[in-house]
Design a binder for this molecule. Structure first.
Ligand code: P1T
Length: 382
């Protein structure tokens, strides 16, 4: 069959008109249970923790977008990660990228470490360091790329090779790029994780997560665990993400156009010490970003001179950029990683990484560029 394009999949995959009523949009099956026709006879759904048609539509759509055989939707990004980590057992080891969402780090260190799973951290841009970090009991190598909040870009194909040679699986958190800008499975990753709260939903009105993969055995283990542990999303939330992904391509292009321009302006600003945006030629990972991504996205971070007080002043002066955690919505957000999204990381670790007090992270929305630039210029005045 002829393969259709990304937006066609986003709008139609898993979303045939409703067979009973002809409804063009997948209904929100707001029900906790499904009538059965007899003992052991049902129509594909029994109890809504185990499955719900709105969730099925979302899972099929997301799988089609990531080029995956299997898709699972979850109640949050961390719910997806939790379920994936439950496939490990005491004594297993995970090598993670050193720069990660603070909540993921907290899940590793404060929840799963207690269960006997060990975690170590490397800058996976350095393949030699990664190889040295792999152990005989390493089950997963776990990456974000670009990373949150420093926007480091990791070579997924090179890491996949090293990971597979060690007999482990590569997990890539693709939240910052979305499947429109990066498809990790096609680069050799084994599992893709998303916080669908972000670009997939796209409108800051839902919390959700997803896992996409090709491995049949791991997929069925995850389905079992999702049902057994209850990390499921509700039908309305699935529907909101489904609606969001229909416009993913146009939104990502708009986010990127604004972000690139803002990154260039910040780079020239006298109060800005450093800009982390992989679309800038000055970014140390620009070449690999160009090679493995279909664009550079809407996330960036920068360091303002004067540390915490300067960052506080700038963030409190922004009007269009709302001071808030999260990212990926049509509206622009700004946040302070050291005291907000990454506050659960020990200070020494944060400082060693470069998550400094002067670091500000922007999720550049799709408002009019001139208005965003005006807001930032005003915020950066002394
Ligand atoms: O918030 P939740 O849907 O549970 O997803 C967690 C998560 C996972 N992975 C990445 C890369 C993320 O950025 C997040 C959540 N991040 C934020 C809330 C934030 O402001 O960075």
């Amino acid at each position: 069959m002829r393969e259709v394009g990304f937006s066609t999949r986003a709008i139609h995959a898993g979303q045939d008109p409703d067979p009973v009523t002809g409804a063009v949009i997948t209904p929100i099956y707001q029900t906790s249970t499904f009538a059965q026709d007899g003992l052991g006879k049902h129509r594909g759904y029994e109890y809504a923790r185990s499955g719900n048609p709105t969730r099925t539509a979302l899972e099929q759509c997301l799988a089609a977008l990531e080029g995956a055989k299997h898709g699972l939707a979850f109640g949050s990004g961390l719910g997806a990660e939790t379920t994936l980590l439950h496939t490990l057992k005491s004594g297993d080891h995970v090598v993670a990228m050193d720069d990660l969402y603070g909540g993921t780090f907290r899940l590793f260190e404060q929840v799963f470490r207690q269960l006997g799973i060990t975690f170590s951290y490397v800058d996976a841009r350095d393949i030699r360091a990664l190889r040295e970090g792999l152990q005989t009991n390493t089950r997963f190598v776990w990456l974000e790329t670009p990373t949150n909040p420093l926007m480091k870009v990791v070579d997924i194909a090179a890491v996949a090779d090293a990971t597979h040679q060690a007999g482990a699986k590569l997990v890539v958190d693709n939240t910052f790029m979305s499947p429109y800008l990066q498809q990790p499975l096609s680069l050799g990753a084994d599992v893709v994780v998303h916080s669908s709260t972000k670009y997939l939903g796209g409108h800051s009105d839902v919390v959700g997560g997803a896992i996409l993969l090709n491995d049949d055995e791991l997929a069925s283990q995850l389905r079992f665990l999702e049902n057994a542990t209850g990390t499921v999303p509700g039908p309305l939330d699935c529907w909101l993400v489904l609606r969001g992904v229909k416009t993913l391509a146009v939104r990502m292009r708009a986010h990127e156009a604004n972000a690139l321009h803002i990154a260039e302006c910040l780079e020239r600003h006298p109060r800005v010490l450093q800009v982390n945006y992989p679309g800038l030629a000055s970014h140390p990972d620009h070449a690999i970003a160009q090679r493995q991504q279909n664009g550079f996205g809407g996330m960036l971070s920068f360091v303002i001179d004067g540390g915490l007080e300067s960052a506080r002043h700038a963030l409190e002066r922004m009007k269009l950029f709302t001071l808030a955690e999260s990212l990926g919505g049509v509206e622009s957000l700004a946040e302070h990683p050291a005291t907000m999204t990454h506050s659960s990381m020990p200070i020494a670790r944060r400082e060693a990484l470069g998550v400094s007090d002067g670091l500000i992270r922007l999720s550049v929305g799709i408002e009019d560029l001139e208005d965003l630039l005006h807001d930032l210029k005003h915020a950066l005045e002394q």
